[in-house]
Design a protein around this ligand. Structure first.
Ligand code: AFP
Length: 330
């Protein structure tokens, strides 16, 4: 079976970018080890700290964030990094070619219950001049690479360099990522949706109507019954969508008017949107493609509706038909 290195060579990915991808892959192997040791390594539970999002940091959030920062500093070709766990962007090497945005441990609220977690990363081209937050504020279509590593029953990586989306599985015997799907192709239709239903009363009307009609199943206007899944780790829900189709949604809600969205654009929505689009799916905010958003700040949050193209279109039709006025939400 083809290795990650062989695949990157076959795709003629420039050496400097390949080296960075391989560095991230190697770091994810160490993170996988740390996650697998769990309570045995005393890495579960929370710290006393909060991140810029105001969320209590889990011990593994901090540990994995430090592991990735060390790996990117050792790489030498990284101009700067932005992390969910860092308040500000971090300068690494003035001569670096690349910017890296990452969520070191997505789904970390799952870590204490031994459920799915993962690392999400996005690689952008460095910009000329001094490194500031503005250097990172490039739309999602500027991404050179996007990927995640899912720490599940097997450790798997999803990766795109703009030539489709590939899946790799870590061989625990050789500690090497092997190509296990060379061209992910998300089914256009689906009968499976993922959303946190407990927020239903806080959604906008289009999403409430769309979901209520899904729930009516074959006796409702969709004339089709749907199943529901919710892993509470975007990396796990998106992996299921890549593997067997589906629609994943974290729409805007008015539960906390100060925080109308949950998922972060630069290191969750954008990399996942590129992986999904490269696999033949769609990724929208409900009012426009995620990858077309002009970022305004590094920890910006957005609404996310992604997955099987025809089902995303069905969901968007509820937003277009009754609510054509373009609200001022991302
Ligand atoms: P944590 O990393 O804080 O666990 O949040 C995970 C996440 O950002 C995303 O991965 C999930 O899809 C979403 O939050 C789950 O949110 P709910 O806990 O509101 O369902």
């Amino acid at each position: 079976m083809q290795t990650l290195t062989q695949t990157l060579t076959k795709q003629a990915v420039p050496d400097s970018l390949s080296q960075l991808i391989l560095r991230l892959a190697d770091c994810s192997k160490d993170i996988s080890q740390a996650v697998r040791h769990g309570a045995l390594a005393g890495v579960l539970g929370a710290t006393e700290q909060e991140n810029v999002q105001g969320e209590t940091q889990k011990k593994l959030d901090v540990i994995t964030n430090d592991m990735l920062k060390d790996a990117l500093k050792a790489e030498g070709n990284v101009r700067g990094l932005a992390s969910e766990e860092e308040d500000y962007v971090v300068e690494v090497n003035k001569q670096g070619e690349f910017l890296v945005c990452f969520d070191p441990l997505d789904g970390s609220s799952n870590i204490d219950i031994n459920s799915l977690v993962g690392t999400i990363f996005s690689i952008l081209p460095a910009q000329d001049g001094e490194l500031t937050e503005a250097s990172f504020l490039q739309n999602g279509r500027q991404q050179l690479t996007a990927g995640y590593v899912l720490y599940g029953p097997s450790t798997m990586m999803a990766l795109t360099t703009g030539q489709g989306t590939q899946l790799y599985t870590l061989n625990p015997d050789t500690n090497e990522f092997l190509l296990t799907d060379e061209a992910v192709n998300i089914s256009k239709d689906t009968a499976e949706f993922a959303i946190n239903m407990s927020n239903q009363r806080f959604w906008e009307a289009p999403m409430q109507t769309y979901i209520s009609e899904l729930l009516l199943g074959n006796i409702g206007p969709r004339e089709k019954s749907f199943n529901m899944r919710w892993i509470a780790a975007m990396v796990g829900d998106v992996h299921r969508v890549l593997c067997r189709g589906g629609i994943f949604m974290y729409p805007t809600d008015n539960k906390n008017p100060e925080k109308p969205y949950k998922l972060r654009l630069m290191y969750e929505a954008n990399p996942m949107a590129l992986l999904v689009e490269q696999a033949g799916g769609k990724a929208s905010t409900g009012y426009g493609d995620i990858l077309d958003i002009a970022p305004e700040e590094i920890h910006q949050r957005v609404a996310v509706i992604l997955g099987s193209a025809n089902e995303v279109d069905a969901c968007l039709s509820y937003h277009g038909l009754d609510y054509s006025n373009e609200p001022d939400i991302a």
